[in-house]
Design a protein around this ligand. Structure first.
Ligand code: FES
Length: 211
């Protein structure tokens, strides 16, 4: 069973680049402290810009987005699917509160954590992400009533599938973060980043050309 708070299977780069940035950021329009991949989702105003069928290609883009960089120490790339109503707002709060957290996450805003198909997670891992975080509203707070419960069930099943594929469970994390928990969001990102970093680069599911 998954732990309700933060199951074991569970941007600050932007902040670093704009340490003095006031509450509104003209360069991104996204949640403050958000990295480049998040910006695409965040700056997408209006429902048509939110992730729906296009989530797949956006996830792929986020996974493939940035290389390690020649001569730089390896840093994991983590795709974070954040529900629009809670966790995304929590990430925004972390940014506006200037809470520091690792710049390893590439945020994708989704309407609800229940929207995240396990295949999206596998696709992220296949296309170069080192880890995936899915974060939604606390139990009972889902804007769509039961989306987060559905997500929890799907990810519990995915955990078994990961085992079958030989992918470490520590690469996929699930958490509840509300809009008021900026600090918790930063903690979750730190924990997930450390967990994925400890595992190193993935060797399973990654396409040859991306190793
Ligand atoms: Fe946030 Fe469903 S709306 S998890």
């Amino acid at each position: 069973m998954l732990n309700a708070e933060h199951s074991t299977w569970q941007s600050t780069q932007h902040t670093t680049e704009h340490p003095q940035r006031p509450s509104a950021c003209a360069c991104t329009g996204g949640p403050h402290g958000a990295p480049a991949a998040e910006v695409g989702a965040a700056s997408a105003s209006g429902a048509e810009k939110q992730v729906r069928p296009g989530a797949r290609s956006r996830a792929e883009a986020a996974a493939e987005g940035e290389g390690d960089g020649a001569g730089q120490a390896w840093e994991p790339k983590i795709v974070a699917f954040l529900c629009n109503w809670c966790s995304y707002a929590g990430a925004d709060l972390a940014g506006t509160s200037r809470i520091q957290y690792p710049p390893n996450v590439r945020v994708i805003r989704v309407p609800c954590s229940g929207r995240v198909d396990p295949l999206l997670i596998l696709k992220c891992l296949q296309r170069g992400a080192d880890g995936v975080l899915v974060s939604g509203c606390h139990p009972g707070d889902c804007h769509y009533i039961a989306g987060n419960y559905l997500a929890r069930r799907k990810f519990a099943l995915l955990a078994d599938l990961l085992d079958f594929f030989g992918i470490e469970k520590g690469r996929v994390h699930f958490s509840w973060v509300s809009a008021a928990e900026g600090e918790k969001f930063a903690d979750v990102v730190k924990r997930v980043t450390e967990s994925v970093k400890a595992l190193g680069k993935p060797t399973r599911l990654v396409k040859e050309r991306q190793r």
